[in-house]
Design a protein around this ligand. Sequence first.
Ligand code: B16
Ligand code: MG
Length: 221
Amino acid sequence: MNGTKQYEAVVFDLDGVICFTDVYHYRGWKSIADELGIPFDETVNNRLRGVSRMESLGIVLEPYEGEPLSDDRKMELAAIKNERYRVMLGELSPKDLDPSVRTTLDDLRARGLKLAIGSSSKNAKYILERIGLGDYFDAISDGTNISRSKPDPEVFLKAAEYLGIDPAKCVVVEDAVAGIDAAHAAGMYGVAMGDAADQGVGDAKLGTFADLANVLTDLGC
Ligand code: B16
Ligand code: MG
């Protein structure tokens, strides 16, 4: 051993890991589906985890059998959903950040680890601001700086680049199977929680966010 640590940074997915806005995504997409007269339920909503807005629309529209929708109309539908979603995000406050998430993040920072966000969302910075973490992370890579969605590794590779840390020295925490695949494609260690943990993917699994402290201790952090 040359004394350097194997892992120097943790990159967190946002929705489903740091906070939970999936119910707002659900309500936003459901309103669009209702207006188009197509079915939409929790099973479809689960398929939208970690997936970009336009790809999400493609999934929502799978059962649509009406007049073909132009690209402009699809852009308009995605924009309407986002407007409604942003109104709901306005209801978020620091109370929506679980205290154990904040305590765990502070613990990791005290160990000298760099902390970043790797989210598919174009609303990531707004969400972080609403929950009181606007200035917290050392780097934010999100839907505004990528051209390819998870499972492509771009969002995590950008996070590592912004941190100035070798991707192989990064641990990712994710709730989406596509996110764990993206972490592996980036050469990173993938910790699964929520749906990803239920699906049995990932190099380690969290029951609660606070379990991350022990997982990282086991990794020598
Ligand atoms: P937006 P994450 C993802 O966030 C959500 O899981 C996914 O459901 C959503 O479609 C995507 O962000 C894009 O979000 O419409 O806000 O740009 O889990 O990668 O933090
Ligand atoms: Mg997620």
